[in-house]
Design a protein. Sequence first.
Length: 230
Amino acid sequence: MAEPVRVRCPACPREHTYVPAALPCACGAPVSPPLVRGAAAEAVSDHTWDDDWVTLRCPVCGRRDRWPRPELGCDCGALLRLPVQDDQVPPPQHIPLPRTATPPRPAFQPVAIRTARDAVTAVALYLRWLGYPDVRRADQRPPSGIGLAARGLVAQLEPSVRPATVRDVECLWLQSMTESAACVYFSLAGYADAARIRADELLVPLFVLDLTGEPQPVNSPADEMIAGGT
């Protein structure tokens, strides 16, 4: 467990004790962002994808991935972003020999969903768990919801209380055809019956997110996507 640090809000005199959360690497090892002790926190007024994520190296397997940048909400209403040390973690000293069989994938560790940004984080972590390490915001904004992309994949998240529609599924599928990529849809409120039927016809994987951040497959293409993940 990471050691707690003292954080002073730049907008008011309050001080907080903050413990950075540990999130699982694809190898299963916990990774915590190394905070800069004594450095001033920054009040966040606007979110951008690059500022919201930081690249860290797993201390166990040496894998470099994008992780959510640590933030803290102050009682005065300010949202504080905590400075993180540069990636200076050395690679593992022991390099394991190749195996003839693929080791089992560790269980996915979800993050609780309280806001739309939490939902984006949960989906990004899940896609990385499935074997897509370079998750980013999609260049093309979808007609509704939030678009994500990785090499060979386009994904869409509907974080509202509106069930996804046939049009939502078809637009995502058309985008994947245009970019010659696979696609996957995530929704917090589920899917209209017609949307599920159309997704099965187009072989679009559908997942439902619960508030624990655990995506649940709702059709056969989603089950196959989990089974085929690295």
